[in-house]
Design a protein around this ligand. Sequence first.
Ligand code: TNX
Length: 530
Amino acid sequence: VLVASLPSCTKAPKEASPEALSRFQNIIPRPSVEAKSDGLAFLITSATTITIVNDSLQPVAQYLAGVLNKGTGYTIAVRTSNEVPASGIFITTKLSDHNQGREGYSISTAGDLLTITGKPAGVFYATQTLRQLLPPAIEKAAAPGIDTTSWEIASGQIVDRPQFSWRGSMLDVARHFFGMDDVKRYIDLMSLYKMNILHLHLSDDQGWRIEIKSWPKLTEHGGSTEVGGGKGGFFTQEQYKELVAYAAERFITVVPEIDMPGHINSALASYGELNGGIQVPKEGRIELDLSTPSVLNGKSQPTQLYTGVKVGFSTLRYEKAETFKFINDVVRELSAITPGPYFHVGGDEAHVTKKEEYIKFVNRFTEIVKANGKKMIGWEEIAQGDIDSNVVVQYWNKEQYALDALEKNAQIIMSPAKKAYLDMQYDSTSRIGLHWAAYIEVDSAYIWDPAAYAESGQVLGVEAPLWTETVTNMDDIEYLVFPRLPGYAELGWTSGAKTWDEYKVRLGKHAPRFDALEIDYYKSPKVPWM
Ligand code: TNX
């Protein structure tokens, strides 16, 4: 009699499989607050729908539907309703009692309902977590007609939010140029691990990679080659806008960098009027002799294009009439197509810029960037200028500069070369990469604390730069970036104690996921790969 009175649809809750439970324990970055499974299974089926409470969630819900539909082959749809559905995926912005902030989220399952709570960015990060809770096959396009996979998630409760607001990576598209598809894939890969800043190094001695309409030769000539003498390339402003929008859909802010006053040969080669010296060969590079202006028949001559890998040999001249017209035009045009709040002025390794000139440059950059409505970022050397709390300093090599920056109330981004440089070789046998700072095995990349200076409250977060002197294609990028990038993402995202011994097991479990994503990763012997 009792049994007969139960609603006919009630079935015993299904237990989660060991695989689903394992996935629940192996999320990268590890959830900051809580991740507890109740041991039951939640299934995504062809009948699953996504319900959102209001239309502000429409884009991010569509993104989730896209991820699920690609992998499952289903046609899961999104509908808006303020009634809590009985089953499926329910996304709500209602803040739970946990303080989630702008980027935090929670996922909780009860019976046939999985609820995601967060603001749009948080819901996006919840989506990345859900991907990892599902079998790795979710990352492959579903084969039509055959569905042998059970799209199972271990149910439970996850509460998560980031430790730092700056979780970035830099891609150097100047030493070697990488086009639209490569940069979009880079963005996609970063987004899997909840990274939110893509710093694009858009100019250097070897190439100028962003169209500046008032100075067209920068790309026509300055963008026409790269390290090794290949054909280089550049982004038109329209293409750059497309990348910025693509990143924004993934809650990633693009930070453009124009490296000045050094690392500027591609501009000096494009416009003779910017060149304030003659070129002399020196130790395998072409250095500028600034005491001898390169004037021929009353006209400054451009430098030669440069395709080597030396640094620190070129500079703008503070006193030259054209210099600040050039800088103003570049900062204005690039700021106008950059919705994000930052502009990176480089400022590194200006070895042939006189110190007094360098400091004057930094101070002028500060004014120009501010006049264009942006917040200035520069590599650590800019700490020599008159900087203040409106400036961000990117620490990479010399601790004294970081300390000076903190002293001057600037904010800092942690990119120590010995730990965070993605272009460093893993060991002496790595097929590409440099090792001037260190060999950085996957363990070493993870074992450091970006919060070291955090008591100051001035640390924005972590950024892992990929310089591309030795990197020529997407396979090369993936080999250096994976598997180190997920570790940097975790250092930026996850608060609390972290140990390599615990992390390496989780990382090893991601091998089938990397394979499903066709990531050409380095199979480090330090990691117990699954
Ligand atoms: C130093 S890091 C540089 C880059 C090089 C890199 C190679 C920094 C601010 N400057 O110009 O590409 O080393 O690892």
